[in-house]
Design a protein around this ligand. Structure first.
Ligand SMILES: CCCCCCCC(=O)SCCNC(=O)CCNC(=O)[C@H](O)C(C)(C)COP(=O)(O)OP(=O)(O)OC[C@H]1O[C@@H](n2cnc3c(N)ncnc32)[C@H](O)[C@@H]1OP(=O)(O)O
Length: 172
């Protein structure tokens, strides 16, 4: 089913998954969809491998962790959380050097915790990994206490190719 992109989410400076200045990172771009799901577009490279041509499972986990954690901001951009639990199922090898998608959404929202699910898929909509995760809600100033993170390191990146990203056809 096809969903419209409503908004691009910010990137951070140095996060492994979305940091624009993290040269070893995945440099993921995130887009909020009209169904309150979040889609990330990324490409892994040799530095992210486990066995040759296969992304490391720990990196796939980091990607799913970030994606589900960010999905809460499709509901309210002022909610931030830290991961307390994540379970990942590695369904098929996650390949390197090709564009892939990661999708996340919230399944249960409470006053101090939220839970969500997500998956990684390829452009043929094959599911490569799935995850369920739980997050403890905290004020961003408590998560990052030594700098004003949102003002200093939470950056809107206006990428020329974003204007071409208008909708996504999700597998589920
Ligand atoms: C937009 C950007 C999105 C980014 C997404 C990526 C997020 C990340 O990767 S964050 C990095 C990884 N995670 C972390 O660093 C978290 C580290 N852990 C912590 O900081 C602490 O354990 C923290 C803050 C979660 C809780 O600690 P603390 O405040 O001392 O509270 P604590 O008393 O242990 O627990 C608070 C409540 O949460 C509950 N709780 C804690 N962990 C869990 C859990 N895994 N499952 C269920 N409940 C839990 C406790 O039972 C307790 O409940 P109650 O008050 O009802 O008894």
């Amino acid at each position: 089913m096809i969903y419209k992109v409503l908004k691009k989410q910010n990137n951070s400076e140095m996060c492994f998954v979305c940091g624009i200045h993290n040269e070893s990172g995945l440099n993921t771009s995130y887009y909020e969809l009209e169904n309150n799901q979040l889609i990330g577009v990324f490409k892994g490279h040799d530095v992210h491998q486990s066995y040759p041509e296969r992304m490391h499972g720990g990196i796939v986990t980091a990607l799913l962790d970030e994606t589900i954690g960010r999905a809460v901001q499709t509901l309210d951009e002022n909610i931030w959380g830290v991961t307390v639990e994540i379970t990942v199922r590695f369904v098929k090898p996650v390949p390197l050097d090709q564009v892939l998608y990661t999708v996340g959404y919230v399944t249960n929202m409470r006053s101090r915790m939220f839970e969500g699910e997500g998956y990684v898929c390829n452009t043929d909509k094959e599911i490569l990994a799935t995850a369920k995760a739980k997050y403890f809600i905290q004020h961003v100033d408590k998560i990052v206490s030594d700098i004003d993170f949102v003002r200093e390191q939470w950056i809107y990146v206006d990428d020329a190719k974003d204007s071409e990203v208008k909708s996504f056809d999700l597998p589920k």
